[in-house]
Design a protein around this ligand. Structure first.
Ligand SMILES: [Fe+2]
Ligand SMILES: [Fe+2]
Length: 266
């Protein structure tokens, strides 16, 4: 699995060093050398797993965009809002230190920094992001399961039809959510998982269309068929969640081994 990073950093030794540190760690690093270039990348692209922003960006030329404006732009864009940001700064009085946890700033590091501390913070930010993804997948599974089971308790036929169509939309959104993450991170079983999603969705749509377009009473058997079909994907999802937890554990191990605490407490 790979992680993507947008590094907003002027060209020079710092930028080269960060690339040298991250590339062997299997990060895909995209670099923006100044505020205006970063601004365009934010407007045109999907967010990466981590944004690294140097607050000492050069403010030259006609269009002057600094780190604070970039943070504002990202916080205004729904897809970028929650992407974790790691700030690098040479100014200890910088407002950025007061902004930690605001605007999704996961860490702020004062320059010059220890490369081990830098890598540790990078992994820490990625781990938080992955943890949030796992929680969201689990939340959507519970919500979807509850929605479907609640239909089985309903009596009003028109209300059931309306709710079933809503479930189909939720299912589509959920599959898209999982697949986008898998695609972005090179999940090894993406093809099989995607095929499973398509089969489940096609079958659920067929069953729901049949129920909604017929003028017959909706029986519990029909609802049970939909429930069975949707829960057919549970095994593939268990595999995916297990993969994410393994990854989370490997990141946690990386953090603890990257900077061991000595007995002297140094
Ligand atoms: Fe899935
Ligand atoms: Fe799922």
């Amino acid at each position: 699995m790979h992680f993507t990073t947008l590094l907003i950093e002027p060209p020079g030794t710092d930028s080269q060093l960060i690339n040298l540190m991250l590339v062997p760690e299997k990060f895909h690093v995209k670099t923006a050398e100044c505020g205006p270039v970063a601004w365009n990348q934010i407007l045109e692209n999907d967010p990466p797993d981590l944004v690294i922003v140097d607050t000492d960006l050069p403010l030259t030329g006609n269009v002057r965009i600094g780190a604070a404006q970039l943070l504002d732009l990202m916080s205004e864009r729904p897809r970028w809002r929650n992407a974790p940001k790691l700030m690098l700064t040479s100014d200890s009085s910088s407002a950025i230190f007061q902004q930690s946890n605001k605007k999704s700033v996961c860490a702020a590091i004062l320059k010059p920094y220890d490369p081990r501390r830098f890598i540790q913070e990078v992994y820490n930010c990625i781990r938080k992001q992955l943890d949030a993804h796992i929680k969201e997948v689990n939340r959507q599974h519970i919500e979807l399961g509850t929605e479907i089971k609640n239909v089985a308790k309903m009596y009003n036929q028109n209300a059931i039809k309306g709710r079933l169509k809503g479930i189909l939309n939720s299912l589509e959104r959920h599959f898209k959510f999982e697949e986008e993450f898998m695609l972005q991170h090179y999940y090894p079983d993406l093809d099989v998982h995607q095929k499973g999603h398509r089969q489940i969705f096609a079958k659920a749509k067929e069953l729901i269309d049949e129920i909604c377009h017929r003028d017959q009473v909706i029986t519990g058997d029909k609802i049970d068929l939909i429930i069975e079909n949707v829960f057919d994907g549970v095994e593939d999802d268990k595999k995916y969640i297990a993969f994410l937890y393994d990854l989370l554990e490997s990141l946690t191990n990386h953090i603890t081994t990257a900077n061991p605490i000595s007995c002297a407490g140094n």
